[in-house]
Ligand binder design. Sequence first.
Ligand code: MG
Length: 251
Amino acid sequence: MADDPRPEAAVFDTRPEAAVFDTRPEAAVFDTRPEAVVFDKDGTLLDFAPTWSDALCAAIEASAHSPADADEAARALGIDRSTGRFTPDSLFLVGPNDACDDLTRHLLDLPSYRRVLAERSSAGARPLPGAVELLEALAAVGVPMAVMTNDSEEMARTQLGGLGLLAHFTTVMGFDSGFGGKPGPAPLVEAARRLGVGPDRCLMVGDTGHDIDAGIAAGMRTALISADGDDLGLDPTIVVRRPDELLVHLT
Ligand SMILES: [Mg+2]
C-alpha cells in the first residue's frame, strides 16, 4: 500500500462521480435560501392512498342512500371502489372539500359520510416516506413551518396530531380557516404572514397543480413532490421525488 502512489484509484473500477465528487450544484436551485416553508398535507406530508382510500370507500358505503348512489358518488369523487385506487383527475384528491360535498350531497348523508371519513382517515393516516425526516431536520434548525390544506383545519390537526407532528407547525390552515382554498393565493399569503416572513422568502411544497399554482400566485418559490420525478406539466422551482430531498436546499 505504501508504495502505491494512488491506492484509492483501485477501489472503484469506475469512478463514482455523483456520490464522491458532488459539489452541491443543487444549492443553486434557489438564488436565496427560503427562510420558511408552507406544506400541503395530502400527498406531501401524508401518504395519500393509505390515509384516504379505505376511509373514503367505507364512508361512501356507510352514507349512500342506495347502492346506485354509492356508485355515482364514487365516480364523482374519483375512486374505484373495486381496487381502492383514485383516478388521476380525482376531485377528492385536489378538493376543496366543499366542492366534493356539492357534488355528492344528493347521493350521501353528508353528516355520516364526514363522521366515517374522519374516524377512518385519522386511524389510517401515514406519513409519506421522507416527510418526518424533513420536518424534524427543519425544526431542529428553527425553520418556521405551516400547513395549508384544502382539507378542513380540524381534520389536518387531528391527523398531524395523531402522528405526533403538530408541534412542528407555527400554524395549520384548511379551506375553512377564513382565507379560501388553493389554487387561490390568499391562504398562502396569510400563512406567510403568520410565519413572520414575506411570501418571497417562503417555499410552498405540494404535490398537485393547485399547490404549485397557488404558490406562484402568492409570490413564493415552489417545490413539487412527484414520485416519478415528472413535473406534471407545471412550473415549479424544483421537482423532488421525496420530501427529504429538499433538505439540502433548505439547511
Ligand atoms: Mg396534496
